[in-house]
Design a protein around this ligand. Structure first.
Ligand code: NAD
Length: 335
């Protein structure tokens, strides 16, 4: 009987364990589920494994990769699309292959964007609490029609394009910006490519769908917020660091920003995905954001659908098998 390769699977929650264990081929792997995140301290928990499997908030810089290489780890399998938490150059140097799941369900994330916008605009989060308290008053719950409004979609990759098409379904004018515009798609859906400044100046809603890069780091900051219409709604389901939180809070306090929906947050590591309901909130800016009635925050859950979890698990297990059996990786999963 052949020995099953061991995979140290970091930062797992019950749904990760359930879906990874059900993925086709997972029975040929020995999945060692860990409930803590990968960092320099926890890297040694991978001892004896041949690969590690990580998620968005695991830390995989050079020092961690060096430590993993010493433990003979040959593969870091990301079970997410974004890879800003991995030092790819160092991984190459240490002979560690890094794979990801480039696309699992862009619909899940785009649909969550709309869920946030609709709930925030129509104040469903507040109405839900009120009605449960037998408070049937409508005061303070006035929203606006999406129909006829302008939305700026920043980044028209897999998720941004789907979100843009849904916005068109609401009868919105859709502006888009992307260094690599997809003009054929834009023409087909009556979407206008403009520069980022025009997005800021003309949009009633600014929706972020770019990866975190040097160029997009703090894309939303005091200077760019100043370009925006008073009362603008900002939505971020992409990466927390796209927004400079201090500037966001200042603009919320001044009333320049009308409302904010976030599924990601600059300092979400160690907070999002965890139950801290019995703890003292360690992050003052997050605590401040949670006091605004016009801010709606979810805890990085845009991906959390049955379809997305099934696909993430399927591709991650395929990637692990490909490495262990010397087979080619599925298209664009290897970084
Ligand atoms: P993608 O690679 O398909 O598309 C990203 C697009 O952004 C590309 O077209 C790229 O050209 C564009 N872009 C890059 N720099 C830009 C800039 N400065 N201005 C405008 N556009 C720029 O990625 P995707 O799969 O659509 O993912 C988009 C984002 O969503 C990523 O940040 C990803 O990490 C995030 N995401 C979040 C969740 C979640 O659960 N909240 C889940 C999956 C993905």
């Amino acid at each position: 009987m052949s020995v099953k390769p061991i995979v140290a699977v970091y930062d797992t929650k019950p749904y990760d364990r359930q879906y990874l264990s059900l993925a086709p081929g997972s029975e040929h792997l020995s999945l060692r589920f860990l409930d803590f995140r990968l960092n320099l301290e926890s890297a040694r928990a991978a001892e004896g494994a041949q690969a590690v499997c990580v998620f968005v908030n695991d830390e995989v810089p050079r020092e961690v990769l060096e430590q993993l290489a010493k433990l003979n780890i040959r593969h870091v399998a990301l079970r997410c699309a974004g890879f800003n938490n991995v030092d790819l150059a160092a991984a190459k140097e240490f002979g560690i292959t890094v794979t990801r799941v480039p696309s699992y369900s862009p619909h899940a994330v785009a649909e969550h964007t709309l869920a946030l916008i609709l709930a925030l605009n129509r104040k469903i989060h507040r109405a839900f609490v009120r009605v449960r308290e037998m408070n049937f008053s409508l005061s303070g719950l006035v929203g606006f029609d999406l129909n006829g409004k302008t939305v700026g979609v920043v980044g028209t990759g897999k998720i941004g394009r789907i979100a843009a098409e849904i916005f068109r379904g609401f009868g919105m004018r859709v502006l888009a910006s992307d260094p690599y515009p997809n003009r054929e798609w834009a023409e087909k859906h009556c979407i206008e490519y403009v520069d980022f400044e025009t997005i800021c100046r003309d949009s009633d809603i600014v929706s972020l769908h770019t990866p975190l890069t040097k160029e997009t780091d703090h894309l939303i900051r005091a200077e760019t917020i100043a370009w925006m219409k008073p009362g603008v709604m900002i939505v971020n389901v992409s990466r927390g660091r796209l927004i400079h939180t201090t500037a966001l809070i200042e603009a919320l306090k001044s009333g320049h920003i009308g409302s904010v929906a976030l599924d990601v947050y600059e300092e979400e590591e160690g907070v999002f995905f965890e139950d801290l309901s019995s703890d003292v909130m360690p992050d003052d800016e997050l605590a401040r954001l949670l006091t605004f009635p016009n801010v709606l925050i979810t805890s990085h859950q845009a991906f959390l659908t049955h379809e997305a979890l099934s696909e993430i698990s399927r591709v991650t297990v395929d990637n692990l098998h490909a490495l262990f059996h010397g087979q080619p990786f599925l298209q664009s999963t290897q970084l």
